[in-house]
Design a protein around this ligand. Structure first.
Ligand code: NAD
Ligand code: UD1
Length: 336
C-alpha cells in the first residue's frame, strides 16, 4: 500500500513511517516542520535503510496537497499533523483552531477529490470530560477542558459527518492516552522544543542534567500515593494500534472510534521510581503544588480495541523507561 503520513516528521508520525517501511509499505510524508525535524526523517531513513518522498508543506495549502495526491496514488492517509501543546492552545486558541481544523478539512476535501477514502486520525484522551469515572470507555462523556482537546472533538465530528454523508469513507479515530518511549534503535523519539510540559521528556531531560530537578505536581490527590494516575503507552504499541486500524479500515466503511491505551493506571511516583530502577539512576525530585487543570486519574478501557481491532499493548513500564533513556542519551544536537 502507499500511505500518506501527515506530520511524519513529528514524534508519533516518524515512528509510524519507520514501521510502515519495515512492513514493506510505501510512504509519502508531508510536514511543515512547525514541530517536526529533519533529524527525525533522517532517523527513519537510517532505521529503514530506505528513502521516501517528503514534502515540506503545510497541509492547509490545498495546492500543495493537490500536488501530492496528483503525484502519488495514495491508498490510505494517517493524519498526525496538528498542534498539540495544551497550554499554548489556551493562550493562542485561534492558531489551534485554525491549524487543526483547517488541515483536516483541506485534507478531506483533497482526499475526496482524488478518490482516497481511508483515514486514520490522531485523536486524544484529552477529548474526555474529567468528570468521567475510570476506566474511560469510548462511550464516556466528551468534554475537553482546553482548546486543544476541543479541536480534537470538532475534528472527530467533522469526520463522523463526512462518513455519514459519503459512505465510501472509512475513518478510524484513535484516542491516544499518554504516548511515551522511543524506537528501540534510539534513533527517533520524543524531543519537544523548549522546556517540556509532559512528564516523560521532563524526566529524561532531568536525568541528562538539563534540569536541576523534577517537580512532582501534587502529592495530595485522592490516589494511593497521592500523585496523579495516567495510562502511559509505549510508542511501539501505539504504532501497532495504527497498523491494526489500517487493516480495520480496509474492511469497514464508516467511522469508528477506539482508545489506544494499556488499561493500566500508573502514578507519577511509580513512573519516576521505575525510571530510576530501570536505568540505575536517582533523579533529583521535589513535591510542587498541583498543576492547574490536572485531574487525579485517567486510564483507558482497552476492551473495544482488543475486540474489534485485535490490538493489545504489550510493552512494560520498564520498556518505556529504558527506551526513553536510550533515546535521550542519543538525541542529536539538531533535535535539541
Ligand atoms: P508532534 O508535534 O511531534 O507531530 C506533529 C507534526 O505535525 C509535527 O511534525 C508538525 O511539524 C506537523 N504539523 C503540524 N501542523 C501541520 C500542518 N498544518 N501541516 C503540516 N504539518 C504540520 O506531535 P505528536 O506527539 O507526534 O502527535 C501527533 C498527533 O497525535 C497530533 O495530532 C497530536 O495532537 C496527537 N496526539 C498526541 C499525543 C501524544 O501523547 N504525543 C496524545 C494524543 C494525541
Ligand atoms: C497532557 C495533556 C493531554 C495530552 C498529553 C500527552 C493536559 C491537561 N493534558 O496530559 O491533552 O494528550 O499530555 O501529550 O496538559 N507531571 C509532573 N511533573 C512534570 C510534568 C508532569 O508531576 O514536570 C505530572 C502531571 O501533573 C500529570 C502527569 O505527570 O499528573 C502526566 O503529565 P503529562 O505528561 O503532562 O500528561 P497529561 O497531563 O496526562
Amino acid at each position: 500500500m502507499k500511505i500518506l503520513v501527515t506530520g511524519g516528521a513529528g514524534y508519533i508520525g516518524s515512528h509510524m513511517c519507520a514501521e510502515l517501511l519495515r512492513l514493506g509499505h510505501e510512504i509519502v510524508v508531508a510536514d511543515n516542520f512547525s514541530n517536526g525535524t529533519q533529524a527525525a526523517l533522517d532517523g527513519v531513513k537510517k532505521i529503514s535503510g530506505s528513502d521516501f518522498p517528503f514534502y515540506e508543506t503545510d497541509i492547509r495549502d490545498e495546492n500543495a496537497l493537490e500536488k501530492i495526491f496528483y503525484e502519488h496514488k495514495i491508498d490510505c492517509v494517517t493524519h498526525f499533523a496538528g498542534l498539540k501543546a495544551v497550554g499554548k492552545s489556551v493562550s493562542e486558541p485561534l492558531e489551534y483552531y485554525e491549524n487543526n481544523l483547517n488541515s483536516t478539512l483541506t485534507l478531506c476535501r483533497t482526499m475526496r477529490k482524488h478518490g482516497v477514502f481511508r483515514m486514520i486520525f490522531s485523536s486524544s484522551a484529552a477529548t474526555y470530560s474529567p468528570e468521567n469515572s475510570v476506566p474511560l470507555t469510548e462511550d464516556s462523556v466528551l468534554g475537553a477542558t482546553n482548546p486543544y482537546g476541543r479541536t480534537k472533538i470538532m475534528c472527530e465530528e467533522i469526520l463522523r459527518d463526512l462518513c455519514i454523508a459519503e459512505p465510501r469513507f472509512s475513518v478510524v479515530l484513535l484516542r491516544y492516552f499518554n504516548a511515551v518511549g522511543a524506537h528501540e534503535s534510539g534513533l527517533i523519539g520524543d524531543c519537544p522544543r523548549g522546556i517540556p510540559n509532559n512528564l516523560m521528556p521532563f524526566i529524561s531531560q532531568t536525568a541528562a542534567g538539563l534540569h536541576s530537578e523534577l517537580k512532582i505536581f501534587g502529592n495530595d490527590y485522592n490516589t494511593p500515593d497521592g500523585t496523579c494516575i495516567r495510562d502511559y503507552i509505549h510508542i511501539t504499541d501505539l504504532i501497532d494500534g495504527h497498523v491494526c486500524a489500517i487493516e480495520f479500515s480496509a474492511e469497514n466503511a464508516g467511522c469508528e472510534v477506539f482508545n489506544l491505551g494499556t488499561g493500566r493506571g500508573i502514578s507519577v511516583l511509580e513512573m519516576v521510581d521505575a525510571f530510576d530502577k530501570t536505568n540505575g539512576l536517582k533523579l533529583p525530585r521535589s513535591i510542587a503544588p498541583r498543576r492547574p487543570g490536572d485531574f487525579p486519574e485517567a486510564y483507558a478501557s482497552p476492551e473495544k480495541a482488543e475486540k474489534m481491532l485485535k490490538f493489545r499493548a504489550k510493552k512494560s513500564l520498564e520498556d518505556m523507561c529504558r527506551d526513553t533513556w536510550k533515546f535521550q542519551r542519543n538525541v542529536p544536537s539538531e533535535m535539541r
